[in-house]
Design a protein around this ligand. Structure first.
Ligand code: AMP
Length: 213
């Protein structure tokens, strides 16, 4: 499977991607996870990205494209990939199109996951993330067994710096302004699947139906 998962922050792209990896061995590629890893490791990329991320702004396109040009040519991508949080701007989508043509890859489809804004706001303010392995928790619906500690790796479970109310509100505005136009872009490409969904199972079933799997 080679898919783009499109949707506002908190729409459930990461959860859906993780479920899809179990179906056929495709890899999840989350630019947000790659950037958070770079920030934690204190690399040049991390230093350049950190302030944009904390404010809920987008990291410049050229940094993202450098990451993705390298990532999409790694060996594990041969078995398929689920792009989670990329592309996020029209220039990224255009450059991805050129990159895929250059490396001879074709996407199966772009999945646009639509979730009402009030559901998203509630999800993001209650979301907690493991700093060790990236596992996602929710203070209301799925808290870790021991408060603040990851069930899987024992790492610290925290609220992300960009999940304060101010940063979330900015991220949703940035999504509307910069990323939502990609819906029209991929509609024009003729391979968009829009799913109105508040449950990840409904999204998975719609994708299975579309791809005939
Ligand atoms: P995410 O975990 O996908 O919500 O990403 C967290 C943050 O990383 C975003 O708010 C952006 O600052 C940055 N980011 C992730 N992916 C991209 C991208 N494709 N383009 C620009 N910035 C990105």
């Amino acid at each position: 499977m080679k898919l783009i998962l499109l949707g506002a922050p908190g729409a459930g792209k990461g959860t859906v991607a993780k479920l899809l990896t179990k179906l056929d061995g495709s890899v999840q590629i989350s630019t947000g996870d790659i950037l958070r890893g770079a920030v934690a490791a204190g690399t040049d990329l991390g230093k350049k990205a950190q302030d944009f991320m904390n404010a809920g702004d987008l990291v410049p396109d050229d940094l993202i494209m450098d990451i993705m040009k390298a990532r999409l040519q790694e060996d594990d991508c041969k078995s398929g990939y689920l792009l989670d949080g990329f592309p996020r701007t029209i220039p990224q989508a255009e450059q991805l199109k050129t990159l895929l043509a250059d490396i001879g890859d074709e996407l199966d489809c772009t999945v646009n996951i639509e979730v009402p804004r009030d559901v998203i706001l509630d999800r993001l303010t209650t979301r907690r993330t493991c700093t060790g392995c990236g596992e996602i928790y929710n203070t209301k619906s799925n808290p870790p067994k021991t408060e603040g500690k990851c069930d899987k790796c024992g790492g610290d479970v925290v609220q992300r710096d960009d999940e304060t109310e101010a940063a979330i509100s900015n991220r949703l505005d940035v999504y509307t302004e910069k990323t939502a136009p990609l819906v029209g872009f991929y509609e024009g490409e003729g391979n968009l699947l829009t799913v109105d969904a508040t449950s990840s199972d409904a999204v998975i079933n719609a994708i299975k139906g579309k791809l005939g799997i």
